[in-house]
Design a protein around this ligand. Structure first.
Ligand SMILES: [Zn+2]
Length: 135
């Protein structure tokens, strides 16, 4: 790795030094799924158990025509989240995001894929289409 390590490179090195029990790719993939599940669960519980946010979902207006530009569509679409996470829910959700990144990094290490490159490649692919990537 180059001398000018990025945060992601440092994180991948850190993961390689602390990951012992979940060295198997099967453990890493299932741990990633588990972290994703807990992340989604904690988001739901912020609404259903804590109540610091409400989620009011409705059909999104996915259409582009002569009257509505892509830029205007961005303002019409909603996250469906109202309110703000309380410190406790934010901490729980941040923790699970960290676990997602940890096991993603572990998988990247197993296959010798630098997360820096993953990030750059994804940004490049998405930038080619710009707002037409419709993500
Ligand atoms: Zn909360």
């Amino acid at each position: 790795m180059p001398d000018n390590n990025s945060e992601l490179q440092d994180f991948q090195v850190f993961i390689s030094t602390v990951l012992i029990r979940n060295k198997s790719i099967l453990d890493q993939t299932t741990k990633l799924q588990d972290a994703c599940t807990h992340l989604c669960r904690n988001i739901s519980k912020a609404s259903t158990t804590c109540g610091c946010i409400t989620i009011n979902a409705s059909k999104q207006p996915y259409f582009i025509n002569d009257e509505v530009s892509l830029g205007e569509l961005r303002t019409l679409l909603s996250s469906h989240v109202n309110g703000k996470l309380c410190p406790s829910c934010e901490e729980l959700i941040s923790k699970e995001m960290g676990r997602v990144l940890f096991y993603l990094g572990a998988i990247a290490n197993t296959f010798n894929i630098p997360l820096d490159k993953v990030l750059e490649d994804e940004k490049y692919r998405t930038s080619l289409l710009g707002e037409y990537s419709l993500r």
